[in-house]
Each structure stands twice: as structure tokens, then as C-alpha cells.
Design a protein around this ligand. Structure first.
Ligand SMILES: [Zn+2]
Length: 352
């Protein structure tokens, strides 16, 4: 059985399941769908996606930082001691393609290919039409890795574009990425394809950033719901990757509130809204095996996603988790020291 796993960072169960989104509604009519909760303490991208990848709680896998960085005792994707789902699939003999799944880097073995990271920066010299999402969109994973610990991320691109321009650029990135994925599938066929799009999460944060720029004046929340409506219209393009996959999985790491009428202040910062806990898990089985019961299911946790997905693929989570050897921690730790200059490095290697 082949699987297409579509990640939608920040897709909210309340909006996806209850709002008037005709194409999503039609899709849900042939799927099992359930609210997929982020843990109470960690409704964040880093911990929550890691729970989805590993089938473990944040306490077990140790990634507790918002962005999954190695700070304040948090593990990262690179140092994680537990196998992630594409490593387990590799152990089971399946090939995988992994595209823009949040926090991923090239540090771990994939039986197939990985285009790592989580593009979100829109900083580029040319017009939106010149954006090539796979290559030129700056990757937040790289930014997080490369930004010195004592500095904050250069997250100021929203000062260069109006809200409307930013939204247009995001849409353009989604369209081009969907096209690029179609090419990838043709040129590099795999058993299991993982692709993630971040626009539903980005729009929430974007609105907060523009809100701060204008000190809360003329704030509007509609663009968030409008982007869900736009995504609904794009759903066919996101799902049709040019190849048939028998198992479809759509999931998100957390949600975003469906409405926010009053901006609020937290820690001296103005917020329009912030992550909610209700992510989604949607599954559809097109084989005759009928592993998926159509209709709304019980609420689950993000750590349930990995065991559920492996089960639907006819695989067993516990066995694979035990038998899959993730990249040894020591090797992952021996990456390039950010404090070492290239000259230092060449000297250490005896070249200077
Ligand atoms: Zn997220």
C-alpha cells in the first residue's frame, strides 16, 4: 500500500470540520476524521510535529522548544534518540520522500529523499513571480540552526510587504510547490510521500505581526478564514500529486482559533490570536481492506498519529520503534561547531 501524507501546519479542527468549506466537506465524506490534540503544555510546532513523527509524548522524546531547537534542555530533530516515522518505514523496506516537514534536516537517514525544513521566510530580491519555493524561500529550520543563540531570528520581512502582498506570495509558493511536487513524484517515485504546507500557520502569525506594526489599528481577522477558503479551492491541486496513493493522511500539529475579536497582550506583546490545541487527523483508505471507518472519530493526541498511520499501512508500531536504529546521538552531535570559523576548521584539518 502506498501513502500520501499531507501535513498542514496549524490547520484547526474547528475550522476544517465545521466551517463552510465545500471541497474539504466532500473529502471528509469519504474519510475518517478526528480532532488531533496537541499536548496541553506544548501546542507548538517543534514538540507537536516530533510527537507526530515518533508516536511519543514530548516528555518521552524530549523536544520541548517551540521550534525544536537545542535550547533550554530541549532535544532537536538532529539529536532525537528515537526513530521517526520515515526511519521506521525504511526499516519496513518502504521508500519515502519527505518534503518540508517541519524541523527536519538532512542529518538522519531516509530511504529515499528529503527536502528538509520548513520554508517561511519571504525575503528575496525579486518579484513574487521569481520565487522558487524549493530553493529560494528561506527555510526557517536553517534560520533557527544558523542564528547565533544570543540573537533573535531575522523575522522582519513583513516590514517590506503589505499584508496583501505577503498573502499573495504565500499563495504563489503553495501553487509552485504543488507543481514541483508533481514533478518530484514523476522523477522520484516513492512508496510514502510526506509533504507539508505551512500557510495556515503563517497567516495567523502574519496577522499578529501586522497587528503589532500598526499597534492594533484597523485589525481584521478575516484574512485567516479567507485563506482556509482559498485552500479549499486549492485542495484538488494539493491532493492530486500526479500519482495514486491508496492511503491518504492529512494531519496538523496544532490549530488556530476560528475567531479573535479582541487583540490581547501577553508579556508586553500584542497578539491577535495564538495556537489552539485542536489539530486534525484525516485518513482515507482507497483499498478494499477497509481499515478506515468513514465518519468522525474520537479525539486523539498527536502522539497517536504515528501508530495509527503504521497500522493503516499494515505495519506494527511497537516492533518498528524497537528495531529501528535511529542515527546515533554521538554522530548527530558531531556536526559543525557554529563557533568555529572555516579557517579554524581548515587549521584543525592540517590545511593551514
Ligand atoms: Zn505549527
Amino acid at each position: 500500500m502506498r501513502m500520501y501524507f499531507l501535513g498542514l501546519d496549524g490547520a484547526s479542527a474547528q475550522i476544517m470540520f465545521e466551517f463552510d468549506l465545500p471541497n474539504i466537506k466532500r473529502l471528509l465524506g469519504s474519510c475518517h476524521y478526528q480532532t488531533c490534540m496537541a499536548e496541553e503544555q506544548y501546542p507548538y510546532t517543534g514538540p507537536s510535529w516530533t510527537s507526530i513523527y515518533t508516536g511519543m509524548s514530548a516528555e518521552e522524546h524530549g523536544v520541548t522548544d517551540l521550534w525544536g531547537r537545542n535550547v533550554e534542555g530541549s532535544e532537536s530533530y538532529d539529536t532525537l534518540r528515537d526513530p521517526v516515522i520515515w526511519e521506521m518505514l525504511g526499516e519496513a523496506g518502504m521508500t519515502t520522500g519527505v518534503v518540508h516537514m517541519p524541523m527536519t534536516t538532512c542529518s538522519r537517514h531516509v530511504n529515499g529523499y528529503i527536502i528538509s525544513g520548513f520554508p517561511n521566510e519571504l525575503d528575496h530580491a525579486g518579484s513574487a513571480a521569481e520565487l522558487m519555493p524549493m530553493l529560494q524561500a528561506r527555510d526557517i529550520s536553517d534560520l533557527i540552526r544558523l542564528t547565533p543563540r544570543d540573537r533573535i531570528l531575522d523575522n522582519t520581512w513583513y516590514r517590506k510587504y503589505s499584508l496583501d502582498q505577503s498573502i499573495d506570495i504565500m499563495k504563489e509558493m503553495v501553487r509552485r510547490k504543488a507543481e514541483a511536487v508533481r514533478i518530484l513524484v514523476r522523477t522520484h517515485p516513492v512508496d510514502c510521500l510526506f509533504v507539508q504546507y505551512s500557510m495556515l500557520d503563517r497567516i495567523g502569525h502574519l496577522l499578529n505581526q501586522y497587528l503589532r506594526l500598526r499597534d492594533g489599528a484597523d485589525w481584521t481577522y478575516e484574512p485567516l478564514l479567507e485563506l482556509y477558503a482559498w485552500l479549499d479551492g486549492m485542495l484538488g491541486d494539493l491532493l492530486d500529486v500526479g500519482e495514486d496513493y491508496e492511503l491518504l493522511v492529512i494531519t496538523s500539529d496544532h490549530g488556530w482559533p476560528a475567531e479573535a475579536t479582541q487583540p490581547y497582550t501577553h508579556d508586553g506583546k500584542v497578539f491577535g490570536a495564538w495556537h489552539s490545541h485542536d489539530g486534525v487527523l484525516v485518513t482515507r483508505d482507497l483499498t478494499s481492506a477497509g481499515r478506515v471507518h468513514v465518519g468522525r472519530g474520537r479525539e486523539c493526541y498527536n502522539r497517536d498519529v504515528c501508530p495509527i498511520v503504521l497500522h493503516l499501512l499494515g505495519l506494527e508500531y511497537e516492533g518498528l520503534r524497537t528495531n529501528t536504529n535511529p542515527q546515533p546521538r554521538e554522530r548527530a552531535r558531531a556536526t559543525v561547531d557554529a563557533d568555529q570559523t572555516v579557517e579554524d576548521r581548515l587549521r584543525a584539518l592540517g590545511y593551514i
